[in-house]
Design a binder for this molecule. Structure first.
Ligand SMILES: [Cu+2]
Length: 518
């Protein structure tokens, strides 16, 4: 067994075979010797006709997925990764609400994969090309043909031109691979990056900006002693899939233990949990509080003061940290007891013209009375006789079964995520934003045996920092998590899934259809 060595707020399945090559122990490395890299902002290469209005021209970007080498740490050998252009995370795309753009996602990867494919997994059968890719822009209100449907993968040498209208509020989105059956491996390889939408509401707030606004893309990885990525396999050679991937090295923007020099003033950090399965529980070593001003889909109504931040895979947090009273200090970002990165606050005299308003953006609650449908959607884990997980399902259905979720365009629905498993699952719906209504404890065994929902507790409202627009929600074990969703944007086929990528790859993902009103 490989111990991840880090505390986890969720149950952990640990059935893995011992590694064949010696693994790197990150705790033996010097800390804070590498500056935090900040992904470059992508430049468009010209304009192309809009697919919806051929008279209009839209900025055109070309992002090439390539095999690259990257120094993860000063004292490690270069690591082979898959990135966009020459980096992983890839360049940041920045645009404004209502400003559409085109991205050509080009697969220029090698034709063999360097991480262990399980050919038993649906969509990853041995007759498929080993290297396939399709990019999803997480959080985008995008037409179905540009959403990165998992079956729309393409092999090396091919590309897809996607259209993002960006008719949505300012928010931090992120792009990542979504290929059926090997998504978990492509993301660990490095296929991810940040996409920021801005708007006039955000502009009017005078938040820290420019070099004082910094994305922090956080994920965990495992390396061998040669500095190469390691992805464990199960003891069953014929079925190498593992139920979760937990690395003992936590990277920020692609570096291990980076440090960032900051001035004694306010900073805005756009934090993304880009991990396959790890939930982060972040805090600052000096105990100082910080303000969360936004969530997955944009600004919160008011700042929320926190001393710890819980972030499930794929969740985003927009934070303001004020270093004004900490000149000369060295502050460590911690994940529970473990070190993530360091802020070095300078003693420089600085002026801070930014502000942190006490009201940010109204988030009108969707009344429950507007819902025309309530769905009961159990989250299920199927185990073998030795109680090892074999697969995970949504609503007892496999990927290939007919669509069961078919909301009408512009209608409101309540989805009850009935978690019958021992894990917390971050559930993500493509296309839409939603609000969390509540979470409520229930009796899972009674539900499994009798099919009847018996509540054993009162409804718990979402945490203050979840009370904005979301696209990913923690469905905690033994709880019914209720979300309310208006299905706006486009008619067509999308997906909803668990964002623990090992679960998603092994059946915890379902197609859904937004259908036209009759
Ligand atoms: Cu899951």
């Amino acid at each position: 067994m490989i111990s991840a060595g880090l505390m986890l707020p969720q149950a952990m399945h640990t059935r893995q075979t011992p590694p064949v090559r010696p693994l790197l122990n990150p705790n033996l490395l010097a800390q804070f010797v590498d500056p935090l890299p900040i992904p470059e902002v992508a430049r468009s290469s010209g304009y192309r006709p809009s697919p919806v209005d051929p008279g209009a021209k839209l900025p055109y970007y070309r992002f090439a997925m390539r095999q690259i080498e990257s120094k993860v740490h000063r004292d490690m050998k270069p690591t082979q990764l898959w990135g966009f252009g020459s980096t992983s995370p890839g360049p940041t795309i920045e645009t404004r609400s209502g400003q559409g753009l085109l991205v050509e996602w080009a697969n220029e990867l090698p034709t063999t994969h360097f991480l262990p494919i399980d050919h038993n997994i649906h969509g990853a059968e041995a007759d498929k090309p080993e290297v396939r890719a399709v990019i999803h822009l997480h959080g985008a209100k995008a037409p179905p043909e540009s959403d990165g449907y998992p079956e729309n993968w393409y092999s090396s040498g091919k590309s897809a031109l996607y259209y993002y209208p960006n008719n949505q509020d300012a928010a931090m989105l992120w792009y990542h691979d979504h290929t059926l059956g090997i998504n978990r491996l492509n993301v660990v390889a490095g296929l991810l990056g940040v996409f920021l939408i801005r708007d006039s509401v955000e502009d009017s707030l005078n938040l820290p900006s420019g070099k004082y606004e910094i994305p922090l893309v956080i994920y965990d990885r495992m390396f061998d002693e040669q500095g190469q990525l390691y992805y464990p396999v199960s003891p069953d050679q014929k079925a190498p899939w593992i139920p979760e991937y937990f690395g003992n090295a936590i990277l920020v923007n692609g570096k291990l233990f980076p440090c960032l020099e900051v001035e004694p003033r306010r900073y805005r950090f756009r934090v993304l949990n880009g991990a396959n399965g790890r939930f982060f529980h972040l805090s600052l070593s000096n105990g100082q509080t910080f303000q969360q001003i936004g969530t997955d889909q944009g600004l919160l109504p008011t700042p929320v003061s926190l001393d710890h931040l819980l972030l499930a895979p794929s969740e985003r947090a927009d934070l303001v940290v004020d270093f004004a009273d900490h000149a000369g200090e060295q502050i460590i970002v911690k994940n529970d007891a473990f070190t993530v990165m360091q802020f070095r606050v300078s003693r420089a005299k600085t002026t801070d013209p930014s502000s942190l308003p006490s009201t940010l953006r109204p988030v009108p609650r969707i009344p429950e009375s507007e819902a025309i449908k309530t769905r009961m959607l159990p989250l299920v884990e199927i185990d073998d006789r030795a109680q090892n997980p074999v697969t995970m399902l949504l609503n007892h259905a496999h990927w290939k079964m007919p669509v069961t979720e078919d909301p009408v365009l512009n209608s409101v629905e309540i989805w009850n995520l009935v978690n019958l498993t021992d894990d917390s699952h971050p559930i993500h719906l493509h296309l839409v934003r939603f609000q969390i209504l509540d979470r409520r404890r229930f009796e899972p065994f009674f539900y499994k045996n009798e099919g009847i929902l018996k509540y054993t507790g009162a409804p718990v409202p979402p945490d203050a920092n979840e009370a904005g627009w979301k696209d990913t929600v923690r469905a905690d074990p033994g709880m019914v998590t209720r979300i309310i969703v208006r299905f706006e944007g486009f008619v067509g086929r999308y997906v909803w899934h668990c964002h623990i990528l090992e679960h998603e790859d092994n059946e915890m993902m379902r197609p859904y259809d937004v259908i036209a009103a009759r």
